[in-house]
Design a protein around this ligand. Structure first.
Ligand code: UN1
Length: 496
């Protein structure tokens, strides 16, 4: 099915407005949308506040029911939405479907959570007093998402925010507005089945940087959750901080794998491939740095090169393809520039460069590159959103751990080893400094059950599982005096 047919099925009109959306698959225009202007953004924020005021008083388990219905819509439309993700973001169909599955999973998680927004009961030091902690809805939540996970990232935030009693305002990437509109259509179907949800509980704001800035600036939006580049996060965070708002940032990663002498190499190779060339290297969890022990370096790198030489690169819609296109020309130029810099810094490059230009003159397919680096030079410390794998050799575990942590980003990490001591040290306090640390698993493809996010320039935010929901609520400590006296805390005497 073509994009316009799928969108019609969702009831989304694609010929409105003058922003043209191009498919990275072949560069063809697949729809037009209209951007919001300052007035419509203002109106939507005001409507979101109103929706929040009503939604916060709906019991949380009932709010969960809406998210359950959304999950059902997603299940019923997984195929169509997954295909649309492939068409608009260029990831292979398997990954497009995987992304929708991630949405379904977080909906299930959030439904269970809607009965578990637990607070504490705290022992009071005063007689006849009870102290408790309650989690209350916080307000409209802005969700700014990137092109590479055009729908899943919204769902990690929205499913939680909705059961937490918040309304949501979604600004998707201008590169992927169509999947956002299709998702919104599914949400509206769920609302209809739900019956009495307030209007405008979830809204979409389309636009460029200024639209995101308008959300970041607005004090009526207590939480701004943003996924994207570190550069974007560094521009946005001060704007939210200026009004002392809460930002939840999921920014760049520069994820590494250490392959130790005892590693099961067949597993390591498969993990390297999925995480380094999957999604054409455009996940924030993509594998970018590979540290291989000197005793196995030559054989592992030779194996990798031979697999890289026969990678099925092509249309993400065709079965058998493992590597689809880059999102656009700018991404291709970024890859070229990084490879040139790697070469200048002493790297030996295998692969790289454009391919399939005859078949797809308006799209950007590339050969994934392996860059063997003499050291962890400047380019290796920089995140390039493309399939470049920097490979380096190591001798001592202590040294490689230090190098592993010596980059500005701190999202995901992993080690392949059968040595229990190395594995434990990697996940211990002085081990990997990342938000995600895996043993015998690649750095990408995290499950929704854990908290997702990372440290340092990755921004510190946590989304998805565990207790990430707390970021979408306000915590209230309430103390109740059921005695006839008024004892003061800390035993202070203050009587007239
Ligand atoms: C992202 O690239 O923005 O762990 C998120 C993973 C996915 C999410 C990636 N579950 O690779």
């Amino acid at each position: 099915m073509k994009a316009d047919e799928i969108l019609r099925e969702f009831g989304v009109e694609t010929n409105r407005g003058d922003w043209a959306v191009h498919s990275p698959v072949d560069g063809a225009e697949i729809g037009r949308v209209a951007f919001d202007d300052a007035a419509s953004i203002e109106r939507k924020i005001a409507q979101s506040v109103e929706a929040f005021r009503a939604w916060r008083t709906v019991p949380a388990p009932r709010r969960g029911e809406l998210v359950r219905l959304l999950g059902e819509e997603l299940r019923a439309n997984k195929e169509a939405l997954g295909r649309l993700v492939s068409l608009e973001a260029g990831k292979i169909l398997q990954e497009g479907l995987g992304e929708v599955q991630e949405m379904i999973d977080i909906c299930d998680f959030a439904v269970g959570l809607s009965r578990q927004l637990y607070g504490l009961t705290i022992a009071s030091e005063r007689p006849g007093h009870r102290m408790m902690e309650t989690w209350h809805p916080v307000g409209p939540v802005a969700i700014i998402s990137a092109f590479n996970f055009p729908v899943a990232v919204w769902s990690w935030n929205a499913a939680l925010a909705l059961v937490c009693g918040d309304s949501v305002l979604w600004k998707p990437s201008e590169k992927t507005p169509l999947t956002a509109l299709a998702t919104q259509a599914l949400f509206e179907r769920a609302v209809k089945k739900f019956g009495d949800a307030p209007a405008n509980l979830s809204q979409i704001i389309l636009g460029l940087r200024e639209a995101g800035e308008a959300l970041a600036k607005d004090a009526r939006i207590p939480v701004v959750s943003a996924t994207g580049s570190t550069r974007m996060g560094k521009a946005l965070a001060p704007v939210v901080a200026e009004r002392l708002g809460r930002s939840l940032l999921e920014l760049g990663g520069n994820n590494a794998m250490i392959v130790a002498p005892s590693a099961k190499l067949d597993l390591a190779v498969r993990a390297i491939l999925f995480s380094a060339v999957g999604t054409c290297g455009q996940r924030c969890t993509s594998l970018r740095r590979l540290f291989v022990h000197e005793s196995i370096y030559d054989s592992l790198v030779a194996q990798l090169k031979s697999v890289y030489a026969t990678l099925p690169i092509g249309s993400p819609l065709e079965s058998g393809t493992l590597v689809g296109p880059l999102i656009d020309k700018a991404a291709f130029e970024g890859m070229e520039a990084s490879l040139a810099q790697a070469r200048d810094e002493g790297g030996k490059i295998t692969g790289g460069g454009r391919t399939l230009a005859d078949r797809f003159p308006n799209a950007y397919y590339v050969k994934p590159a392996i860059a063997e680096m003499p050291e962890q030079r400047a380019i290796v410390c920089h995140e390039t959103f493309a399939p470049i794998l920097y490979v380096m050799r190591y001798a001592k575990f202590e040294d490689v751990l230090a190098k592993h942590n010596a980059v500005p980003q701190g999202l995901s990490s992993c080690i392949f080893t059968q040595d229990v001591q190395e594995a434990e040290r990697f996940v211990a306090a002085a081990g990997s400094d990342c938000g995600i640390a895996n043993v015998n698993i690649g750095p990408s493809g995290a499950e929704i059950g854990g908290a997702f996010g990372g440290e340092k320039e990755t921004g510190g935010g946590r989304e998805s599982g565990s207790d990430s929901w707390k970021a979408y609520m306000r915590r209230q400590t309430a103390t109740i005096n059921y005695s006839d006296a008024l004892p003061l805390a800390q035993g202070i005497k203050f009587t007239v």
